[in-house]
Unconditional design. Sequence first.
Length: 500
Amino acid sequence: MSANQKAVAMCDSSHVEAARAQDARVSRPLLIPLLVLAGCHHAVRADAVQSLVGITAPLESSPALRLVVPITVDGVEGQLTVDPSQPVSFVSAACVRAPDVVARVTVPDAFGPDETYPLTRVAGLVINGTPFRQFDAALAAGEKCVVVLGATDLADVAIEVNPAQRTVRFLSTQPRAKWLEFAEKSGDDAQLLSVTREPRTDWPLLTVRLRQGLQSLDATMLLSLRESRSVLYETAGRSAGLRPGLELLKGLPLPDGVTLPPELSQLKGFAFDSLEFASGFGLREGSLEVEQGAPPHTPQGLIGADVWGRFVMTYDVREGVLLLRRPRVLSSGTTSRCERDGKTSGEACFEFNTTVTPGELQVIATVWSPLPDGARVSLDLTGGSGGCRVGVTFAPGDRGRSTQHRFPWAKLKESVPGCSERAFTGLTAVAPGVLEESPLPECPGVCAFAQDAVSNRLSCECQPGVRTVDGEAEKKLLELFRKALEKLQTPAEPEPTDPD
């Protein structure tokens, strides 16, 4: 499978983990017309919209944020994602029953060599009930139907992703001054960032500042709406003095009596103390995955959903601006209050969106404030059997984390039978319950939990742990690193001299 074919395969749940390890990124295409074009033509729906503007769609349910939308293509169920860093759209062969090859397209890859694909016409794409016009797309292999809309089909839109609602909205593009006015009126903690373009390929680029101890790197990163995880090239990081994984502790004295926790051995990424888009605006304590070797082109890495997904994100493709916003936080010691929907309170730091259907409960939980000690929130269920207690738990971490779960998930039915569909049949209302300022020890990370009310048997569904931007292992590593630096920099007390 080629690099850009992995870009299509990544939406297929059977390929997600393999594709994330070697994701593809593409840019400006070179079209090569064929001497003989296919003679067949697809029927185009008269009610198909010519632009995505005005469409709002729910994201596919997933604990970690992914910009993936359920779709159909000519009646075939599939998945759609959008990525303006790709100059052309892609479609997997599973979406198109009899593809008509109309040309070939050569696509530069930000993380590898150019690749050439057949270009085909796609008709019958329906997004959340709205039929979309016919469009051309590079044809890639794939066992499931996947569409990736690239820059050619996104030129007239601004793309908004709301992590707390798990939705994507396609808005009209507008001048930078209008976005600035909107950000100021929102009352949120917001930054309007300029997205530059790589001169030769038009790849969208952002500069971020990474800090690791006393070292820092101003990195030029590809902005990707499609990728779930952010990465940094190994050579780029090392050249700035950053160290990946346990190398961060190499040559430093560990605090007395401290041994390395076993989970730290799995860490391979660049742990950071901060990642900033502007001075004082960004994330604290996380890590970026390592891309081996040196960057072949301008980008030194990429920014994915694990970073921009901590904000309500709006990217205006034509204007080249990225708006990141989140509720303002007022902190006093370890206590935080958030400004949201015209109210300022500690409760406003937690946002819950729930949907009840027969035999199922969907929960989206977002925490907009830092949680230095972590937290867990139980959910009060009205109706149902009353035989299952449910909630969400957050490990210690920074603001903007969100998680989405469906009760009961597949393994929950097997591990805790008392929390099967029967426990959620007849639900009429869901509300946040007791907040405890500590995470659930049995569910490390960011998780949902369900517990049988009779047997107390417990099950968890968690986001991927060690490799994410905000895992507990990274925090433990950074804590040890800071303590080791303090010990190294603390001058030893001089030995007392013998009196004459």
